[in-house]
Design a protein around this ligand. Structure first.
Ligand SMILES: [Zn+2]
Length: 306
């Protein structure tokens, strides 16, 4: 088994430091970083002979210089060329393995592979890749069907294997009933960045409550509290985010006679809970829900000043 991971930092010194730390840690547990699989690259420029960008989980992540953005570059994520090749190889192997089967069988074998791969990559910019793959596969299929009828004309082959279907479709393999999926049929869904005071899980109470406890009783309580608090920590007033640890707090501490009813409970960040507990030991004041401090906003995991 291998575990792939990426370390991102703007400073190469930090990246090199991280590598050393990881190396030492892996050595302690009897593992190692394989040098041939460990690469340091810059996302925008060439670094020590390595091209810009890197491949991760089948994606290529890199930046391109452009004049149209504020920073002078933009980030593009695409299926990696290795992933495209492997996928095409798989489709070709299917065609080769069943040279004498019916079109129906071929379509039944190809469709799940096409759908699966396209869905995996549908969140990145791949319209071009999808069309290119459809074209490559089409050429392969044309050979697959032509080989069966060496004495027939191209028109005959077209009419038999690629008849018109669904009005808009032409040149798509089908037998009147079964139709080959096209990579380009899968819509490309862009991620929308979370902005400002919003949490990625706003309104998704089930998600949040699932994070905090396995027991239905606790989950229900957390769901209710999240709704009541509008997804904000009752101590610092900041919106909970996906990576935050939450804890249920007793508004009036039990040590001061506070009860176990929902009315006396609130959700806090774990670190806020620690602070509050420390404060509770001194004086007790009712914490108030607050908004983000003025001029601050969340950008991904950073709190930044506008
Ligand atoms: Zn908090």
């Amino acid at each position: 088994m291998s575990l792939d991971f990426v370390i991102l930092h703007e400073d190469i010194k930090v990246v090199l430091q991280a590598k050393t730390v990881i190396q030492e840690w892996l050595n302690q547990v009897g593992l190692e970083l394989k040098p041939e699989k460990t690469k340091i690259a810059h996302t925008l420029e060439e670094y020590e002979g390595n091209k810009p960008g890197f491949d991760f989980l089948g994606f290529t992540i890199r930046q391109w210089k452009v004049k149209s953005t504020k920073h002078g570059f933009k980030t593009l994520i695409k299926p990696s060329s290795k992933s495209i090749k492997t996928h095409y190889r798989k489709l070709a192997d299917i065609c080769d393995s069943i040279k004498t089967a019916s079109v129906k069988v071929l379509i039944a074998k190809l469709n799940p592979v096409i759908r699966g791969w396209s869905n995996y990559f549908s969140t990145v910019v791949s319209k071009e890749t999808f069309s290119k793959l459809d074209m490559l596969l089409w050429k392969r299929l044309w050979r697959w069907v032509s080989r069966r009828h060496p004495n027939k004309s191209a028109k005959w082959v077209k009419d038999k294997y690629f008849p018109h279907c669904k009005k808009t479709r032409n040149w798509v393999l089908n037998d009147g009933e079964y139709i080959l999926n096209q990579h380009s049929d899968v819509p490309i869904i862009r991620h929308i960045k979370v902005k400002g005071n919003k949490s990625p899980y706003d309104g998704d109470w089930t998600y949040w409550s699932n994070r905090i406890g396995k027991y239905p009783g606790i989950r229900k309580e957390v769901t209710t509290l999240l709704k009541r608090q509008k997804n904000k920590c009752a101590f610092c007033g900041l919106t909970f985010r996906s990576s935050d640890l939450m804890e249920v707090d007793h508004i009036k501490p039990k040590s001061e006679g506070g009860d176990n009813k929902l009315k006396n409970k609130q959700l806090l960040h774990r670190h806020c809970h620690d602070t509050k507990t420390a404060l509770d030991k001194k004086t007790y004041t009712q914490p108030k829900l607050q908004d983000l401090p003025e001029n601050y906003l969340w950008v991904d995991d950073m709190l930044i000043l506008r």
